[in-house]
Design a protein around this ligand. Structure first.
Ligand code: ZN
Ligand code: ZN
Length: 104
């Protein structure tokens, strides 16, 4: 049961609308449904964008750079194609950008 936001009278169903017989207010149910589905699509698109940002995230770790001796590097774990090989850790020096691998 819904009531008119203008005068408080009971809204009566009329096709796909709710109508107030006191003041003539009409609530269009069909257009409300449309707005709902549009906002849902927007949320789906946002989810895709967020996934892309998450892939770029790299964690910074304490690791000595063999090139310049700086002790902070970004680490990234790459899973090799064959399942019996351990995943490879790739480090990138936060100072000079040198990249190296660690097989431990
Ligand atoms: Zn009304
Ligand atoms: Zn370095």
């Amino acid at each position: 049961m819904e009531f008119c936001p203008n005068c408080g009278a009971m809204l009566l169903p009329n096709d796909d609308k709710l109508k107030c017989n006191s003041c003539g207010y009409i609530k269009d149910l069909a257009s409300n449904d449309e707005q709902y589905s549009v906002s849902q699509k927007l949320n789906e698109n946002k989810g895709v964008v967020n996934l892309g940002e998450a892939e770029d995230m790299r964690s910074q770790t304490t690791e000595i750079c063999p090139e310049c001796g700086h002790d902070k590097a970004y680490s990234e774990i790459k899973q090799t194609r064959s399942a019996d090989e351990a995943p490879t850790r790739i480090f990138e020096c936060a100072k000079c950008g040198h990249k190296w691998r660690n097989y431990n």
